[in-house]
Design a protein around this ligand. Structure first.
Ligand code: PLP
Length: 408
């Protein structure tokens, strides 16, 4: 008899975005004439940079010609792309990352969900609250949690991110083995300083722990003093891996390309307390379960690093940042405390009320869809998230609707 993985039964009933979709669909069914402004989901809307489209097209043509056709590649991604990444995203910023430490993948979601495959079932997992749900759910599926009670899974160490700590969790007194950090943060938009990140690296070294650093939004950082990579911090290579994505950097959410950096120095421990290379484990895992990203997609990603590609990505992300600034300043002017919206495409608004109630208020009175913070964790209960992705005009319309609905 085929039996299921009972850990799936522990997963909390509704996934945030499907619940939002359900409520929006119900409202639309009752009010078919109302035009809603969607300011919730974090999907990009601007088209791919022209440099990427041209490279993509050229590579598709190559695939149609016998001499240039390419089949399986059993390595970690094409060198032409990994070399550009190593040079531009790391070495140029003083982070000593080698081409051989970069693994190309189809998404930061898959990599952040899959990385836990490498570790023992009884490790202590630390997750931020609020959190990008993949870190939590992938560990629940793998059997590392107890039951879901009062908005949290038993067995996880939650790192509270609140107004009190400016949404930057400090290192806990307790020991954790696998720590997920994400900066610029989804959903709070918070960014971490070099000093605060150094404290986490030091914590991981002290506890022989491993940090999974999700820098999917690094392209939105505009302050040179802020670290773009955890590998800009001394000592991080032994205790961290980093996940990046072209999704937000270059509009690749529907094209799919990302990468994970696993330094050769990064170690975990076996049952005899001996050091084991995390790079070798990840390489083994990927070679078994993953067959690479298509050649045209990797060529399109490579074009991000051309002069034209860099310029176009910058322009695109600046546009989203300007949207974010508009949303942030509107809420600030209405007297709401906000996080994010600077160096980040998300604005996290402290509503002072229950987040689902605020969501419903905006849906019904302002015809605006936002994302209720409660869906990201217990600490998100009084907050909502606005996404800056989308066109300027509709963001402005959404803001005007909100202002009149809230009587501002
Ligand atoms: N990591 C974070 C923090 C995200 O917010 C997202 C997407 O919203 C992802 C990863 C997923 O990225 P990708 O499109 O590369 O799978």
């Amino acid at each position: 008899m085929i039996r299921i993985n009972e850990d799936f039964n522990k997963l909390a009933a509704s996934y945030l975005f499907s619940e939002v979709r359900k409520r929006v669909a119900a409202y639309t069914a009752e009010h078919p004439d109302v035009e809603l402004v969607k300011m919730g989901i974090g999907d990009v809307t601007l088209p791919l940079p022209a440099a990427c489209v041209a490279a993509f097209r050229r590579a598709v043509e190559e695939m149609g010609v016998e001499e240039t056709f390419r089949g399986y590649r059993d390595d970690e991604g094409y060198e032409f792309l990994r070399e550009k990444i190593a040079a531009a995203d790391f070495q140029k910023r003083g982070a000593d990352i080698d081409v051989s430490e970069i693994f190309i993948s189809d998404g930061a979601k898959s990599d952040s969900g899959n990385i836990q495959d490498l570790f023992a079932r009884d490790i202590v997992v630390a997750v931020p609250d609020p959190v990008y749900p993949v870190y939590v759910d992938s560990n629940v599926m793998a059997g590392r949690s107890g039951a879901f009670r009062d908005g949290r899974y038993e067995g996880f160490l939650y790192l509270d991110s609140t107004t009190a700590n400016h949404f930057i969790p400090s290192v806990p007194a307790e020991r954790a083995d696998l720590i997920y950090l994400c900066f610029p943060n989804n959903p709070t938009g918070a960014v971490i300083s070099r000093d605060a990140l150094s404290a986490w690296v030091e914590y991981a070294r002290r506890n022989r722990a491993l940090i999974v650093y999700d820098a999917a939004y690094a392209a939105f950082l505009r302050d040179e003093k802020l670290p773009q990579s955890i590998f800009e911090i001394e000592g991080a290579k032994e205790v961290a891996i980093e996940i990046r994505s072209f999704s937000k950097t270059a509009g690749f959410t529907g094209t799919r390309c990302a990468y994970t950096v696993v330094p050769h120095d990064c170690v975990a421990y076996n049952g005899k307390n001996e050091r084991v290379s995390v790079h070798d484990l990840w390489s083994r895992r990927q070679n078994t379960k993953f067959n690479g990203v298509s050649y045209p997609v990797q060529r399109a990603a490579e074009a991000v690093y051309t002069e034209e590609g860099q310029r176009e990505c910058r322009r695109m992300n600046d546009y989203y940042l300007e949207n974010a600034a508009l949303i942030r300043s509107a809420f600030t002017a209405m007297g709401y405390a906000c996080s994010g919206g600077e160096h980040s495409p998300y604005v996290w608004v402290d509503t002072g009320v229950d987040s689902w109630n605020f969501f419903t208020l905006l849906l019904e009175k302002a015809h605006v869809v936002c994302t209720p913070g409660a869906g990201f964790g217990r600490c998100g209960a009084g907050y909502v998230r606005f996404s800056a992705f989308g066109d300027r005009q509709s963001r402005q319309k959404g803001i005007e609707n909100i202002k009149s609905a809230l009587g501002a």
